[in-house]
Design a protein around this ligand. Structure first.
Ligand SMILES: N[C@@H](CCC(=O)N[C@@H](CS)C(=O)NCC(=O)O)C(=O)O
Length: 233
């Protein structure tokens, strides 16, 4: 039986199954990347709901795992060398889980190309789409000066155009193989169009290969399940 009591986060979110990977998140675009990956791989895990309503992500217990106070974060009780491994940043978590499971990250030269597209999501799509959300849907919506919004919309269109061209003759970002690059990217595209309601603003109709692949992604059973995890506590 694994002992995770040395991790302060387990005081606020006790592990009922300490032998399983502990996931701390909510079902936001970055959170579901990890629950989808866990569902796709079948690795046993225990999800914990981190409530933004009560600012749980800023609590000392959560920040003991991620000092940046952002979800998702995990503890794998059975990490390298059999030791517990705490990890934050969804891209790092996806790479780790891919290596642990031997799934969704090729081991040949395509490995680096996959990581390249994963980084494209982490450094480009994630931050830029997030800013579109702020300036279009949330507090920034009321700002009179529309230049910041327009800048992020323009950059998001640029990213979508790159992705659209990449997918012109490919089923998934890496071709026939579904990888962590897809698992990282499509929850963000879904959120931009859905939750943020920014589809028209970014001209999503101009990126049909992106929406085609989004539909294929959303049809996967593991994605359907993962999108609802962790359930609201
Ligand atoms: N680069 C981070 C981004 C994580 C992120 O932005 N998480 C959001 C939810 S989708 C969050 O925790 N926001 C709460 C906050 O900033 O306080 C990752 O990919 O893990």
């Amino acid at each position: 039986m694994s002992d995770l009591s040395a991790f302060p986060i387990t005081k606020k979110w006790p592990a009922r199954h300490p032998d399983r990977i502990q996931l701390y998140a909510l079902a936001s675009p970055n959170g579901v990347k990890v629950s989808i990956m866990l569902e796709e791989t079948g690795l046993p895990y225990e999800p914990h709901y981190v409530s933004f309503d009560t600012n749980d992500q800023a609590s000392p217990e959560f920040r003991s795992l991620n000092p940046y106070g952002k979800i998702p974060a995990i503890i794998d009780p059975n990490g390298p060398g059999g030791e517990p491994l705490p990890l934050f940043e969804s891209g790092a978590i996806l790479i780790y889980l891919a290596e642990k499971s031997g799934r969704f990250l090729p081991s040949d030269a395509a490995r680096y190309e996959t990581i390249q597209w994963l980084m494209f999501q982490m450094a480009g799509i994630g931050p830029m789409f997030g800013q579109v959300g702020f300036f279009h849907k949330f507090a920034g919506r009321d700002f009179e000066d529309k230049r910041p919004r327009d800048r992020y919309v323009a950059e998001s269109k640029r990213l979508l155009d790159v992705l659209n061209q990449r997918l012109a003759n490919r089923t998934w970002i890496m071709g026939d193989d579904y990888t962590v690059a897809d698992i990282a990217t499509f929850p963000l595209v879904r959120n931009l169009i859905g939750h943020y309601g920014a589809g028209d603003l970014v001209g999503i109709a101009n990126f049909p290969n992106v929406t085609r692949t989004l539909d294929a992604f959303l049809a996967r059973p593991a994605v359907v399940t993962g999108l609802g995890i962790p359930r609201r506590g």
